[in-house]
Structure formats: C-alpha cells, structure tokens
Design a protein around this ligand. Sequence first.
Ligand code: URA
Length: 202
Amino acid sequence: ARSAAPFVPEGADLAALRAAARGCEGCDLYKPATQTVFGAGPPDARLMLVGEQPGDQEDRAGEPFVGPAGKLLDRALAEADLLREGVYVTNAVKHFKFVPAERGKRRIHKTPARGEVVACLPWLHAELSEVRPELVVCLGATAAKAIMGTDYKVTERRGRVEQAGDFRVISTVHPSAVLRAPDRDEAYAAFLADLRTVRDQL
Ligand code: URA
C-alpha cells in the first residue's frame, strides 16, 4: 500500500515536518496538485481542527482553510469565542484532489479515496505527536473516519467528546456541508453549537 511514512522524518519538530511534507510522494495526489498544504497554527495549541483536504484556494495559497469553507469556519470560531490564531488547523489529506471542470479552468473537488487517507495518516499522526492538543475536532466524515475508524458516523456521534487512543476527540460537520445545506441557518446553528461544546471543554 502507498504511504507517506518513508517521507516523515523521525523526531522532527513541526517546522521540519512541514518542510519534509513539501516533497511527499506517498500517493499520487502530489502530481496534479500545486503544492502540499500542511497544517498551520501554534505548535502549543490546545485545540487541533482536522478537515478533509485542501480545496482549490488552499492548493494555490499553500495554507489550510483560506477559501469559502475557511471563511465560514473563521466566523463560527469567533462566535464560539475560539480564536483561529490559537488553533492548529490541518487536514486528513495534504494535497488537493480534483477533476477539471467540463469547460473552463475551474477545478472540482473530489473526495479522497480511503487509500489516500490512509497513505497520508503518518503526517497527521506526526502533527498530533508534536502538538499534543487537549482536544481534536474532526470536521466532517473524512477526518472523523481517519481518526476514529471507518465505523464512525458523524450524523450519530457529532458533538460528543470521546477518547481515541491518547486523544480526546469530538466531531462536527464540515463547514462546506454547512454552505451546501438546504437550510443553511439551521446547519450553521448546529455547527456553532458543536463549537461551543468544544470551547466549554477548554
Ligand atoms: N476544506 C477542507 O477540508 N480543508 C481545507 O483546508 C479547505 C477546505
């Protein structure tokens, strides 16, 4: 099976991990992508947020959650009295997976395959070992299944603090799901409620 493991330097700090991740060829997603999008935030953050994978704008900028989903996330974090600056934000998969639009230059997000998530896990595990957050927040099913196992269902377990190995973990929906929801206000309110649960844990 493909894996990032041979590219992850042992005993490296976050800066060295980030630098090494630029050269990752642990799966094929690096080929069409612009660049690796590694996690960002303070190395001593008490909270780590884990998304799915970088989107179109993140792929161009090289930073996680800077596009539309990131804007919604920033707003919700602020409303929940959680400052984005204090949080370490990363993704389960570090390269943007996409298909070209039928016409034009747009690139359409594709959900990563399980094999790609598994291949990328050594980076997430290295980030967790370095940051040692008090609480990990999974944003959506891809992150939740990466950390809690493939049986995990966000719809059934969101908003609940659970123990997963060394870490306390909670899940909520992905901010992109809030943007796409038929009733966006309701979806946003539920997302915010989960982030307030997070805030109350710290
Ligand atoms: N969606 C994600 O899951 N992660 C990002 O960084 C941006 C959008």
